[in-house]
Design a protein around this ligand. Structure first.
Ligand SMILES: Cc1ncc(COP(=O)(O)O)c(C=O)c1O
Length: 355
C-alpha cells in the first residue's frame, strides 16, 4: 500500500507543471485568447452535437477533422495527427521517439513541458543555452548533435516565454544539424511572420505542432495537432489510447475551420494590442523584449519581479511569474488581452513601479 502512496519521484516530477490560478478581474497568465469564439461557431457546434451518436465510440481515426486540417495546410490527412491539446501531441512524440536510452535537446529558457514530458517518458534531457537575445544559438544545436545525438530536437517558435520566432534560415540549419526528429512547437505560430509548415515534407525529419488553444479561442476544448511526414503519423497513431479523441472535440475542431476569417481578425487585433502594450512597457521601469507571440516578457528594473507580481495581484491583475525559469531571474510574462485588460495591466504596473 505504501508503494501506491509514494510514486517513484527520482526525477522530481511530483510537483507537475502549473500556472497558479488566482481569482482576479484581469487574467493575463496563460496566453489564452481574450476573445470567445464567434457566436456562429457555437451555434453550429450546438446543432451538430444534436446529431452525435453518443452511444457509439467516435471515429477512431478522426478522418474528417484530419482531412479538414490537411486542406487548411495543403497536405493530405495522412500527414496530420490530432490529440487532446498540443501537450498530448508532444507527449505522444516522446512516447514514440524518446524513452530510456534516448535524449531530447532543449534550449533554455523555453516551454517547460518539453523537458517535463521528456522526464515523464524517461527520455534524457540535454540542455543547451540560447543567445543573449534568447534566440536559438546554432552553435548549441551543433553541440547537442555532437554530445547527445538527440532523438528529438525541440525548437519553440515563437519561444515561450521569451516571445521570439526563429527565422526560416535558422530552422533550415537546425534540420541540417539535428540527427533525429526536429519538433517545431508553433503553439503561437499564427502570431509570427512565417511558419515552418512551409518546410514539412514526407522526406523531411520535421514535425510542426499547433494548437486550437490560443488563436482559435478554444483552450477549453483541449485540441492540438501536428503536421509532418506520413510515416511519423503512422507511428504516433500506434501510441495513443483507442478512441483518444472524442466526437465532440472532433466536431468542434472541424467546424472551427469554417471561421478562419474571424480567427484571423482576432489574431490581427491581438497583434495591434501587442505593439501597444510593448510601447507602454518601454515607457516604464522595465526591460522588455520584442514578441512574435501573444505575450510579452519583461523584467522590472526597480523592484523584484516577485514583489511586482504580488502587487499586481492585489490590484486584481494576474501575470505569470517566470523568475524561476533558467536565465529569467526577476522576469514576468504578460498575455496580451483585450484593450481594456491591457489598460488595466499597464495602469496597475505603472502604479506598482512608481512606489
Ligand atoms: C509553446 C507551447 N506549446 C504547447 C502548449 C500547450 O498548448 P495546449 O493547450 O494545446 O496543450 C503551450 C501552452 O501554453 C505552449 O506555450
Amino acid at each position: 500500500m505504501s508503494n501506491l502512496l509514494s510514486p517513484n519521484d527520482e526525477q522530481g516530477l511530483s510537483s507537475g507543471y502549473h500556472s497558479p490560478q488566482v481569482t482576479v478581474d484581469v487574467r493575463l497568465n496563460t496566453n489564452e485568447s481574450p476573445y470567445p469564439p464567434p457566436r456562429a461557431f457555437v451555434h453550429a457546434l450546438a446543432t451538430e452535437l444534436a446529431e452525435v451518436a453518443f452511444n457509439r465510440y467516435p471515429d477512431r481515426d478522426a478522418r474528417e477533422l484530419r482531412a479538414a486540417l490537411g486542406r487548411l495546410h495543403g497536405v493530405g490527412p495522412e500527414q496530420v495527427f490530432v490529440a487532446n491539446g498540443s501537450n498530448e501531441v508532444l507527449q505522444t512524440l516522446l512516447l514514440t521517439y524518446g524513452g530510456p536510452g534516448r535524449r531530447a535537446a532543449v534550449f533554455e529558457p523555453t516551454y517547460a513541458l518539453h523537458s517535463h514530458l521528456s522526464r515523464l517518458t524517461r527520455t534524457g534531457v540535454w540542455v543547451g543555452d540560447r543567445q543573449p537575445d534568447f534566440h536559438l544559438d546554432l552553435g548549441e544545436v551543433k553541440r547537442a548533435a555532437a554530445e547527445a545525438d538527440p532523438a528529438i530536437t525541440f525548437v519553440c517558435s515563437p519561444n515561450n516565454p521569451t516571445g521570439g520566432a526563429e527565422p526560416r534560415a535558422v530552422v533550415e540549419e537546425v534540420l541540417d544539424l539535428a540527427p533525429g526528429l526536429v519538433v517545431v512547437d508553433e503553439a503561437y505560430g499564427q502570431f509570427a511572420p512565417w511558419s515552418a509548415l512551409e518546410l514539412v515534407g514526407n522526406d523531411v525529419g520535421l514535425v510542426v505542432v499547433r494548437t486550437y488553444s490560443k488563436t482559435w479561442s478554444m483552450a477549453a476544448t483541449r485540441l492540438g495537432y501536428l503536421v509532418g511526414p506520413a510515416a511519423v503519423i503512422t507511428e504516433l497513431e500506434h501510441r495513443v489510447l483507442p478512441y483518444h479523441l472524442d466526437a465532440v472535440k472532433q466536431a468542434a475542431g472541424r467546424l472551427a475551420l469554417r471561421f478562419t476569417t474571424e480567427m484571423e481578425a482576432r489574431v490581427a487585433a491581438v497583434k495591434d494590442e501587442r505593439s501597444r502594450v510593448h510601447d507602454g512597457l518601454e515607457k516604464l521601469a522595465v526591460e522588455t523584449w520584442p514578441s512574435d507571440a501573444n505575450f510579452l516578457l519583461f523584467r522590472p528594473t526597480t523592484r523584484k519581479g516577485r514583489e511586482v507580481w504580488a502587487a499586481l495581484v492585489q490590484r486584481s491583475v494576474l501575470v505569470r511569474d517566470v523568475g524561476d525559469w533558467p536565465r529569467l531571474s526577476g522576469c514576468l510574462r504578460v498575455t496580451v488581452g483585450t484593450p481594456a485588460e491591457n489598460d488595466a495591466f499597464l495602469g496597475a504596473l505603472s502604479e506598482v513601479l512608481d512606489r
